[in-house]
Each structure stands twice: as structure tokens, then as C-alpha cells.
Design a protein around this ligand. Structure first.
Ligand SMILES: [Zn+2]
Length: 75
């Protein structure tokens, strides 16, 4: 089963900060630059559990956002 965020995008929020999530491969990444949590997707099911998330470094998070075409500019 291939997980696709599109059908669920409006429903998926980071459980820590309620920001939207973006899909990066087999994981979901919080779009909040102060949180930067990466949640695993196991067998097509997002595991939106803070204890199971890993925190990206600023560099890693910026690379993910850039790859996905997300703007990281903060006005
Ligand atoms: Zn978050």
C-alpha cells in the first residue's frame, strides 16, 4: 500500500504544534520551523505520535522544505 498525503492533507496536523504536515518519502514532516519533527509512516499509516517522531536539525528541515518547494521565508 502506498501512502499518499493528498487525500488526507487537510486532516493531518502535527500533534505537538498543530501545524500542517508535508510528506517526504515514507515520513511526514512538521512545517513549523521551531518544531521540525519527522513522523514515520509505517505500512501506509502515519504514526503521528510525538514520542515516535525524530527532530530534524535546521539544516535537514530546510533541505526537506526546499525539496518540496515549501517557502521557509519568515516575514
Ligand atoms: Zn509541529
Amino acid at each position: 500500500m502506498v501512502f499518499s498525503l493528498n487525500a488526507h492533507q487537510s486532516m493531518l496536523r502535527c500533534p505537538r504544534c498543530r501545524s500542517t504536515l508535508v510528506q517526504d518519502g515514507d515520513s511526514l514532516v512538521c512545517t513549523n520551523p521551531d518544531v521540525r519533527l519527522r513522523y514515520p509512516v509505517l505500512e501506509g499509516i502515519p504514526r503521528l505520535i510525538v514520542d515516535e517522531a525524530t527532530e530534524l536539525t535546521s539544516e535537514e528541515w530546510n533541505a526537506v522544505m526546499a525539496k518540496l518547494g515549501m517557502s521557509t521565508n519568515r516575514s
